[in-house]
Design a protein around this ligand. Structure first.
Ligand SMILES: [Zn+2]
Ligand SMILES: [Zn+2]
Length: 113
């Protein structure tokens, strides 16, 4: 048996849980969601889409740890971290307290729905 090379260090954190929720289909890097069979292409720059899909469509399938990991993927598409406790929204530039991801989620839901 051939050991897989460990060259794919980037996004290993995302991979760890993505592969728990998605099934790999082909060598074209296609995956399907285990819960709704939707198809995605794995692309390092677009991993956030896989995260977002889980958060939006299947939040009840995620463990608490996975939700924490997720924070670093999906929210940073919309927010820029300014300090440990503040981030600015990339859409309206408002400064938001981000000690709880909930605040960020609510901002998106209430202001940018
Ligand atoms: Zn799905
Ligand atoms: Zn905003």
């Amino acid at each position: 048996m051939k050991r897989e090379t460990r060259s794919r260090k980037q996004s290993s954190l995302a991979h760890r849980w993505i592969y728990r929720h998605y099934t790999k289909l082909t060598r074209n890097n296609e995956v399907t969601c285990n819960y709704c069979n939707r198809k995605f292409v794995i692309d390092i720059s677009r991993l956030v889409n896989l995260c977002k899909h889980l958060v939006e469509a299947h939040p009840n399938k995620l463990t608490e740890d996975e939700k924490k990991d997720m924070k670093f993927y999906w929210t940073w598409d919309y927010f820029t971290l300014k300090s440990d406790s503040n981030a600015t929204c990339t859409i309206c530039k408002k400064l938001i307290n981000c000690t709880s991801v909930q605040n960020l989620k609510e901002h998106l839901r209430n202001v940018h729905k």
